[in-house]
Design a binder for this molecule. Structure first.
Ligand SMILES: Nc1ncnc2c1ncn2[C@@H]1O[C@H](COP(=O)(O)OP(=O)(O)OP(=O)(O)O)[C@@H](O)[C@H]1O
Length: 358
């Protein structure tokens, strides 16, 4: 177990900055997901932590020891970091036990000790009795567990997961999510988990670092990211928030402001010190919108309604501002279809903090 501190890390490939001034502080035993769209720099960050990539600026400390820095680069093998890859990277010609014990054999660990550690690791991932199987004769989930055991056997202080569920089908992903959560509980290992799947990150992580174009935009708990996204990208990326323009009418008091949105005056949540002003943006969730039957609210034209079991996903455009798009879920008692005009009332929402760059 170990803490991990990433401080002001920048990684350049030629003129291109794949990581820009990334700072993250992980507590000992914490499960942190790094989440972001394709190309945002997740893999580059993981490779930098593991020592496969030299960084251009900043420092990386594992358990307080500098691993990457201005004049230092510890090679991967001396970082005591385990990695679980998306494609398992198992040796096909070796049995489960041989795969798991490979690093110990190469490291000349005595046979009895090796066998004990392999047995323990297989027990931890619930693969006892599978020692002699070949990877080809295992399910995708079992192969991923062998990869976990192989990583564990070296007793790493930090485990990095590189999109480990990307190759598995939906049902197996859910099962493996539970396995990873149990694995974390049992071992208490510090984990950095790379994914582009926000549901997976929300389900597993204590905190999530959301990345966009090489930067960490927000590092917070799943609940915080959902309730108080730092900008429009996070609002969209986490559970598809609706981002709409608004005018903030009053300064913040007790975490709330009055604002005008879609022609309605409403009370919204905001950060402390939120100033009044035009040109603000608001993140709405489905539960912040209700269909209004009393003649109030804003009229919208429904352009798509897709039944999703128990409710529908609605796409609609305000009649007065057709350039805006609202995508939200509606309960099934409302039989709304494309072409319908309905009135929506906003009953809550979160004012996105002002962008420091503007
Ligand atoms: N060796 C390299 N040389 C030049 N550019 C690179 C190199 N490695 C990565 N990049 C660029 O850095 C950016 C970040 O890549 P990275 O693989 O870290 O993204 P990612 O978030 O892991 O994406 P994905 O989810 O698609 O794997 C991309 O624009 C990529 O093209």
């Amino acid at each position: 177990m170990a803490g991990l501190r990433i401080e002001g890390v920048t990684k350049r490939f030629g003129d291109f900055e794949a990581l820009k001034d990334v700072t993250l502080d992980l507590r000992d035993g914490e499960f942190v997901a790094v989440l972001g769209p394709s190309g945002c720099g997740k893999t580059t960050l993981l490779r930098a932590i593991a020592g496969f990539e030299k960084i251009s600026a900043g420092t990386i400390l594992i358990d307080g020891v500098e691993m990457s820095g201005p004049s230092r680069h510890q090679p991967p093998e001396s970082r005591n970091v385990g990695i679980v890859f998306q494609n398992y990277a198992l040796w096909p010609h070796m049995s489960v036990a041989e795969n798991v014990g490979y690093a110990l054999r190469v490291g000349k660990v005595a046979k009895a000790e090796r066998e004990r550690r392999v047995r323990e690791a297989l027990q931890l991932v619930d693969l006892t009795g599978m020692d002699d199987r070949r990877p080809a004769n295992l399910s995708g989930g079992q192969r991923q567990r062998v990869a976990l055991a192989r990583c564990l056997v070296a007793a790493p202080s930090l485990v990095l997961f590189d999109e480990p569920l990307a190759n598995l089908d939906v049902h197996l992903r859910a099962a493996m999510e539970n396995e990873f959560a149990d694995f974390h509980k049992r071992t208490g290992t510090t984990i950095v988990y790379i994914t582009h799947d926000q549901a997976e990150a929300m389900a597993l992580a204590d905190r999530i670092a959301v990345m966009d174009r090489g930067r960490v935009i927000q590092f917070a708990s799943p609940r915080d990211l959902y309730a108080r996204p730092a900008n429009a990208m996070v609002a969209h990326f986490i559970a598809n928030g609706i981002v709409l323009p608004a005018s903030v009418l009053t300064a913040e008091v007790n975490g709330q402001v009055r604002a005008e949105i879609l022609g309605q005056q409403v009370t919204l949540r905001s950060m402390a010190g939120q100033p009044p002003g035009i040109g603000a943006q608001v993140c709405l969730r489905s539960h912040d919108i209700v269909v209004s039957d009393d003649g109030g609210g804003s009229e919208v034209l429904v352009t798509r309604a897709v039944y999703r079991g128990g409710g529908s996903r609605i796409e609609a455009h305000p009649v007065g501002q057709p350039e805006l798009e609202l995508v939200f879920d509606l309960d099934d008692d409302r039989r709304v279809k494309a072409g319908d005009r309905i009135a929506l009332r906003v009953i809550g929402g979160w004012v996105l903090p002002p962008d420091p760059a503007t």
